[in-house]
Structure formats: structure tokens, C-alpha cells
Design a protein around this ligand. Sequence first.
Ligand code: NDP
Length: 247
Amino acid sequence: MKLKGRTALVTGGSRGIGRAIALALAAEGADVAINYVSSEPAAKEVAEQIRKIGRHSTLAQADVGDYPDTFRMAQDVLKEFGHLDILVNNAGISSDKTFVRMDHASWRKVLAINLDGVFNCTKVFVDQMLKQEWGRVVNITSVIGQIGNFGQANYAASKAGVAAFTKSLAKELAGKGVTVNAVAPGFIETDMVRGIPDKVRERLLSQIPLKRFGTVEEVGRAVVYLVSSDGDYITGAELSINGGLLM
Ligand code: NDP
């Protein structure tokens, strides 16, 4: 097992990609805290699955866009686990509209959760990672942050911001035992993608060289790679998992 003895927190671990990341980390031996904002039953189910395979899991409810709430959550997680080795900033939302129709509230909401959320969660754990001279931070970005998308100015800006944050923080922390990387999924089969109308799905599939959407498990395995010793020499990277959509 590649992560035996490690502790992790996955934001947005109750559903979709975050759920798969949490289960993949636990399968490699990590104890995992599951952050969520409102889906308590779903988060409980993930924690239960992790406990069934003999790992420790705890629920960590907080709105990552809210700094005081995130700070409170971090204190609870550190009390429960004693320390945190791996932080996966996965929580994210979209609120799509063409720019002309996009109001300020929708811009702020997406930026608050997707970008401020990454700042907030990293900020509340980084001192402890620096103190123990070991830490792994993985931020989930998106191919949309790399290429932009019609109707997603807020989402694309938030993800491009996280990618730039990743590289800056990687440079600052590289000499201190903490690596910071990003994983940029393309279109992955989750609630977010299942809502796409059939016609648009077909058009998207025609643009993907591997001719399918990705699976959440494929993203989970990439995160394990980056946070295990296999990824020790990788920092500041943005690993694309997009079926060749962008190359
Ligand atoms: P889902 O909509 O399936 O799940 C979103 C998760 O984020 C849920 O666990 C949700 O918690 C949590 N969340 C939402 N808002 C907050 C908040 N304010 N505070 C804490 N947690 C919150 O999303 P996906 O699995 O599809 O996406 C996960 C990440 O991957 C996102 O960052 C997304 O941008 C990115 N991504 C997704 C792609 C895809 O194709 N699906 C492609 C590229 C990137 P709760 O259950 O409580 O609501």
C-alpha cells in the first residue's frame, strides 16, 4: 500500500470525482476526512465505505468558500487525525451563462468556491505541513481553465486561477518538503457532465480523440500517483486527463 499511515482531506468528497479520490486514497492505506457542504448522507456513505476497508474516516462539513467555516473544519480534522499529510482541493461548482447574461452574484459564487476555496483550505493546513516538513497538495483544475468555453467565463477564470496558484505555491514550498500539483480533468462522467444535453454530448465526444468521457476512478488514480512516493519528483505540474481533447 502506497499511502499507509498518511492522513488526507478531500474537499467535495461526498460525490463525483472527490468521492472517487477519497476511495482511491483509502484503498492505498490513507485515513481520509470527507468534506462536503450539504450532502451529509452521501458523505456518510463514503466514510462508511472507507471504514469497511479498515481505514479511519471522519466527516468534515464546511463551505470552503467561507474562511472562518474552513478554519473551524481544519481544527476539527487536526484534532481527529493529529496531523494532515495530503490535501485534495476538489470542491467546485459551475453556474453557466453567456457573459452578457451572467450576473455578478454568479461570478462571485463560482470564484468564491472554486478559487477562494482553494486559498482557504490550503491556508488553514499549510503551516502544519511546513512544520512536519512533508505535505502533498493536489488541486483539481479543468481543461476548461486551459482552453476556455462558451458560457463558462466564471468557471474558466476560476480554474485558470487555481492553475496559476498551483505553480506559484509549488515554487514557494518546493524547498520545504511540500509539493503542489494540479490535475486537469476533461469531461468526466459525473452529475456535472450528466446534465449536458444529448446533442452537446455528441458534439463533445466527436472532439475527444479517445471517443469517450473519462471515469472518476481514472482521476482518483492520478491523484494517488501524485501524492504517493511515485510522484515525489513532481511539483508545479498540471496533469491532464482529457482523452486527448487538449494536447
Ligand atoms: P459534483 O457536482 O459531482 O460534486 C461537487 C462536490 O463539491 C460535492 O461533494 C459538493 O458537496 C462539493 N461542494 C460544492 N460546493 C461546496 C462548498 N461550497 N464547500 C464544500 N464542498 C462543496 O462535481 P464533480 O465531481 O463533477 O467535480 C469535482 C471537481 O472536478 C470540481 O472542482 C470540478 O470543477 C472539477 N472538474 C469536473 C469535471 C467533470 O467533468 N465532472 C471536469 C473538470 C473538472 P455536496 O455533495 O455537499 O454538495
